[in-house]
Ligand binder design. Structure first.
Ligand SMILES: NC(=O)c1ccc[n+]([C@@H]2O[C@H](COP(=O)([O-])OP(=O)(O)OC[C@H]3O[C@@H](n4cnc5c(N)ncnc54)[C@H](OP(=O)(O)O)[C@@H]3O)[C@@H](O)[C@H]2O)c1
Length: 349
C-alpha cells in the first residue's frame, strides 16, 4: 500500500512510500482509509526532524473496517468507522490502510460523511478530556445541572468549537469565547453567550466587561499561545480565582500562575491510556476509560443531530495534497475548518 510520511527539517517535506498492509494487534482495528484529517500537531511534532525521523502523521481516520484483532468483538469487516490513531506510532491515516486501538474507534453514523467525520477524533476528544477529565466539569448527562460559567479561548478552532458544543450540551452559563475572523461561524454554533474579538485587543478587559459582574471560574485554553494564558489568568483572578486547562505548555519559562489560579494540561494521548508529563498512571487509565465510552456517546450525538462536525475542506490530490495542507496549518492560514484528504483522490490509486 501507499503511505505518506512527513518530516520537518530543513523544510516541511512529504515522501510517498510503498509498504506492506499491516496486521492489527489483538485490541486493534485495521481500517481501509477513506478520508484522513490534518492537525497542527502534524508539523509541531516533526518540526526538528529530518528524513530519518519521518512519520506517517495522520491520526484522524475514517473508513471501512478491513480486519480486527483477536480480542476485538465490537467491529467486523465492512463496518463504517472513525478512529483516533496512536500519535507517533506506525501505520497512521496518511495511507491506504491505518491501524487504531479498538477503544478509540467508534461507529460513524450514516448521516455523517467520511470527509466530515475525519475532523472529529483527535480534536473532539481533546475538548472532551479537557472539560470533563481535566477541569472535572459536569457531563451533559448530569442531572439537575446548575449554571457554571466557563471561558473557552479559541472558539473557532476545531478543539474550541467542539468544547463550545459540549459546554452547551452541559448547560454551562455563561459561556464566553474568543475568536477573530471566524466570529460568524462561532455564532452559528449557538453555544457561546458572549463572543469577544481578539483582533480588537484588551481581551481580558472586554471579557470582564461582557460578563458584567457574572463569574467564570473555569477556563479551557484551546489556543495556548500568543499570551492567552495571561489573558485567562487575569479574568480568573478578577472572578475570584479558578481553574485553567491548557493544550500546549506555556513557552515563557519565567511564567508563574497567579495565586488562586490552578492549572492543568490536557494531552489527548491519554485517550489511549498513555501517561504524560502532567498526569500519572491512574489518571491515564481514567482518561482511557472515559474516551472509550465518550467516543461511542459521540456516535449517538451525531446520529441524533445533537452534535455538528467542524466545517471541512477536501484537499486536492488526496495523499499528494497533504504537504500543502500541513504547510497551511504551519503558516496559520486555516480558519474555522479542518483540512481533509480523500485517499481515492490520490493520482494512481
Ligand atoms: N494537547 C493536545 O492534546 C492537543 C490536541 C489538539 C490540539 N492541540 C493544540 O490546540 C491548538 C488548536 O488546535 P486546532 O486543531 O483546534 O486548531 P485550528 O482549528 O487549526 O485553529 C485555528 C483557529 O484558531 C483560532 N485562533 C488563532 N489565534 C487565536 C487567538 N489569538 N485567539 C483566539 N482564537 C485564535 C482562529 O480563529 P479565527 O479564525 O476566528 O481567527 C482559527 O480559526 C493547536 O495549538 C494544537 O496544536 C493540542
Amino acid at each position: 500500500m501507499q503511505e505518506v510520511v512527513l518530516y520537518g527539517a530543513p523544510k516541511l517535506t512529504t515522501k510517498k512510500r510503498q509498504i506492506d498492509i499491516p496486521k492489527p494487534g489483538p485490541k486493534e482495528v485495521l481500517v481501509k482509509v477513506v478520508a484522513t484529517g490534518l492537525n497542527p500537531k502534524d508539523w509541531k511534532w516533526i518540526s526538528e526532524s529530518g528524513e530519518d525521523g519521518a512519520v506517517n502523521a495522520g491520526d484522524d481516520v475514517t473508513g471501512i473496517v478491513a480486519s480486527v484483532g483477536s480480542h476485538v468483538w465490537e467491529y467486523k469487516p465492512g463496518d463504517r468507522v472513525a478512529a483516533f490513531h496512536r500519535m507517533g506510532a506506525p501505520f497512521g491515516g496518511y495511507a491506504e490502510y491505518a491501524i487504531a486501538p479498538a477503544s478509540t474507534t467508534f461507529p460513524l453514523p450514516p448521516n455523517i460523511s467520511f470527509e466530515a467525520g475525519a475532523g472529529l477524533p483527535l480534536s473532539f476528544m481533546t475538548a472532551a478530556i479537557a472539560l470533563y477529565q481535566s477541569l472535572q466539569l459536569p457531563l451533559p448527562t448530569a442531572a439537575n445541572k446548575k449554571d457554571i460559567g466557563v471561558l473557552i479561548y479559541g472558539g473557532a478552532s476545531a478543539v474550541g468549537a467542539f468544547a463550545l458544543q459540549l459546554a452547551k450540551l452541559s448547560n454551562f452559563k455563561p459561556i464566553v469565547t474568543v475568536a477573530g475572523s471566524s466570529i460568524d461561524f462561532v455564532e452559528s454554533l449557538g453555544a457561546a453567550t458572549h463572543i469577544i474579538d481578539y483582533r480588537k485587543g484588551n481581551v481580558a478587559a472586554e471579557i470582564l466587561k461582557a460578563l458584567d459582574g457574572k463569574k467564570v471560574n473555569h477556563a479551557f485554553d484551546a489556543i495556548s499561545g500568543k499570551g492567552t494564558h495571561e489573558v485567562i489568568s487575569e479574568v480568573l483572578v478578577a472572578c475570584g480565582g479558578g481553574r485553567i486547562d491548557i493544550v500546549d505548555p506555556v513557552q515563557d519559562k519565567m511564567w508563574k500562575w497567579p495565586a488562586g489560579v490552578e492549572y492543568s494540561r490536557t494531552f489527548v494521548a491519554s485517550a489511549y491510556y498513555q501517561k504524560h508529563a502532567n498526569i500519572g498512571e491512574e489518571r491515564a487509565i481514567a482518561d482511557g476509560e472515559f474516551a472509550y465510552w465518550f467516543y461511542r456517546y459521540l456516535s449517538h450525538l451525531l446520529a441524533e443531530g445533537k452534535f455538528k462536525t467542524h466545517p471541512h475542506e477536501v484537499l486536492p490530490g488526496g495523499l499528494d495534497g497533504i504537504l500543502d495542507g500541513v504547510q497551511r496549518l504551519y503558516d496559520g492560514k486555516v480558519s474555522a475548518k479542518k483540512l481533509v484528504a480523500r485517499i481515492a483522490d490520490t493520482p494512481g490509486l
